[in-house]
Design a protein around this ligand. Structure first.
Ligand code: FAD
Length: 555
């Protein structure tokens, strides 16, 4: 069974007012062409001048390259491999048009694509590229699988370091962390190089007879932005977030030094990398704990449809069910819309579909009573028991559409169980019903995620008290004029701020938040921010890896 993932309207924000810390093209501080040429030769030709992926379809047209771009326009794996390719057009083109089907006689502009990109092939290349950035104090962006929703892997006039060619997935059944005291019990781990996607890790893990807590996506990077921001998974209620499963990072820090950060050495760096987001260097490898394979996985698809009159009633029932689902260790993704609710619910290590179905009894009862009273409401469920975690994913990744090649934005909040209880539920249901933006409810926290202290990792401490991460989504078409895009952006920010009032003290997941959050430090990191900022200053005093609304941006 294939999971339908972020194929909804997932698009990212547009242009943000970049205030780069370090040197950008075309300032006079930008290195000379001779300097770049010399870097290219030390990298054995891995340096490229990068452009948006639709650029070959614009003057001067390169028809062969244009045909390839057209064929792969929505292919997220292909996009990740292109020096100027991004999952979301927002962060590739910005508001500069470079439409794949646009007027070919008009040249394409640079958009937000870095000017030069080093497509590094090994750790040595990474060290050379970072040393170059350090010595010339140039604004640098790391680009892994290119899935970022906040534009933190691109930037106009910057230097890009693409890690997508760093491949390798190695399982070690008995691994002891460097620096561990004698007698430390070894653990079962997997080392993943920075350029790997989750689907390839999931397949390798299945062959090795283990599971790894990873994103519910085929193509998100397994050792990049996902874990640096926190990393949620349908497995998280049982095994924790990505940051709770990572045991070590290998990284080249902004001074060009290769370091190994774990709980015994480079401890501050290890803490910051678990949720602080980008800005601490180029991660080359991530080591995660592995877990025994799940014995069974119950999956249920819920489809609830209703008339307008029963809408908020049905929604209220569904929202009120969330604490019960969480208490049953259920995870999943729900999309309430004006016409109904579609949800995918998962019970890992369970083979009891009847039990999962019975948690929805209040909704079945409500549908019956509404229908009896002349307001037709329907709820259907279908599901089954799968033999493995991997069977959630399609065998043929060529058929997968995760929504790449579009424009989208989002705003979000973490939500505790109490937000779905008492008289708060009706108000929340009313808000969702009236919201101009679709919502994606991700039931990926609670249980194991809540058993970790708020300051044990750098993510917002409210993750540890939440059960849900709720995302408001918006987007636009290629031909939408900039003022219209700006209206959507500001409406989303305003609606997100209204939405936040339902969850006082709760933050937003930095990987799936609004880049224009007014109090971004507090919203993305809460009380962990001051420590993060001081670590950032220590490792990147020049701010060469600083991006918009990333740690240290305000300095
Ligand atoms: C289709 C889709 C599905 C998703 N599903 C999930 C999900 O199930 N769970 C979840 O938690 N999130 C999910 N996300 C959000 C995801 O976590 C973020 O988009 C994340 O930023 C992606 O990281 P990336 O490395 O793939 O992207 P990139 O754009 O390459 O990088 C994202 C950020 O990390 C930095 N970075 C990347 N690699 C490195 C590196 N090697 N060293 C240092 N910095 C690096 C970049 O500079 C950038 O700031 C999903 C996103 C998409 C588009």
């Amino acid at each position: 069974m294939a999971i339908v993932l972020w194929a909804v309207v997932f698009a990212t924000l547009g242009v943000v007012s970049a205030r780069e810390k370090a040197c950008t093209y075309p300032s006079s501080c930008w290195p000379s062409e001779a300097n770049w040429k010399s870097l290219n030769s030390t990298l054995n030709g891995a340096l490229v001048r990068a452009f948006p992926v639709a650029s070959p379809c614009h003057a001067p047209v390169n028809q062969d390259a244009c045909d390839i771009a057209k064929k792969n326009w929505t292919n997220e794996f292909w996009r990740a491999q292109q020096p100027g390719g991004y999952f979301d057009l927002n962060w590739e083109n910005g508001d500069n048009l470079c439409d794949i089907n646009g007027n070919a006689s008009l040249p394409c502009t640079q958009g937000l694509v870095p000017y030069y990109v080093a497509q590094v092939n090994n750790v040595d290349d990474v060290k050379k590229a970072v040393k170059f950035a350090h010595d010339h104090k140039i604004s640098t962006r790391v680009k892994g699988a290119s899935h970022d929703f906040l534009g933190r892997s691109s930037g106009n006039g910057t230097f890009g370091i693409s890690t997508i060619k760093l491949k390798g997935i190695e399982f070690v059944d008995s691994f002891t962390l460097p620096g561990a005291p004698p007698g430390t019990t070894p653990e079962s781990v997997v080392h993943i190089a920075a350029g790997e996607h989750w689907i390839h890790v999931n397949r390798a893990a299945d062959s090795h007879g283990v599971i790894v807590v990873g994103g519910t996506s085929y193509s998100v990077g397994a050792a990049g932005g996902w874990v640096l921001g926190g990393g949620h998974s349908s497995l998280s209620p049982q095994y924790g977030l990505g940051v709770d499963n990572v045991v070590q990072f290998e990284i080249v820090t902004p001074d060009g030094q290769f370091r190994v950060a774990n709980k015994y050495q480079e401890k501050d760096l290890f803490w910051a990398l678990r949720g602080g987001g980008p800005g601490f260097g180029v991660v080359t490898k991530v080591t995660y704990k592995t877990h025994p394979p799940i014995k069974a996985l119950t999956v249920m698809i819920v489809n609830a449809t209703y008339t307008n009159t029963s809408f908020t009633g049905f929604l209220r029932k569904y929202l009120a069910l969330q604490p019960t689902l969480s208490a049953h260790n259920v995870s999943g993704y729900s999309y309430p819309t004006a016409n109904g609710i579609v949800a995918q619910l998962f019970a890992h290590n369970s083979a009891n579909l009847t039990a999962l179905n019975s948690t929805l009894k209040p909704m079945f009862d409500f549908a019956q009573s509404e229908t009896n009273n002349g307001r037709p409401a329907r709820i259907e469920t279908q599901g089954g028991v799968l033999p493995s975690y991997l069977s959630l994913f399609d065998d043929d990744i060529a058929t997968v559409d995760e929504g790449a090649g579009k424009y989208s934005i989002m705003g979000s909040r973490l939500a505790p169980a109490s937000a779905f209880q008492g008289d708060k539920v009706q108000k929340l249901a009313d808000f969702v019903a009236k919201s101009p933006f679709n919502m994606l409810m991700t039931l990926v926290a609670g249980n194991k995620v809540s058993q970790v202290a708020g300051d044990a990792t750098a993510i917002h401490p409210s993750w540890r008290k939440a059960i849900h991460h709720l995302i408001l989504m918006a987007g636009w078409e290629n031909n939408q004029p900039i003022p219209a895009r700006n209206l959507i952006r500001s409406a989303l920010t305003n609606t997100t701020q209204e939405f936040a009032k339902f969850f006082p003290g709760f933050g937003s997941y930095v990987n799936e938040g609004d880049i224009n959050e007014p109090k971004w430090q507090e919203t993305f990191w809460g009380s962990n921010y001051p420590r993060l900022k001081s670590i950032k200053k220590r490792y990147d005093p020049q701010g060469i890896f600083t991006c918009f609304h990333c740690v240290g941006y305000e300095d």
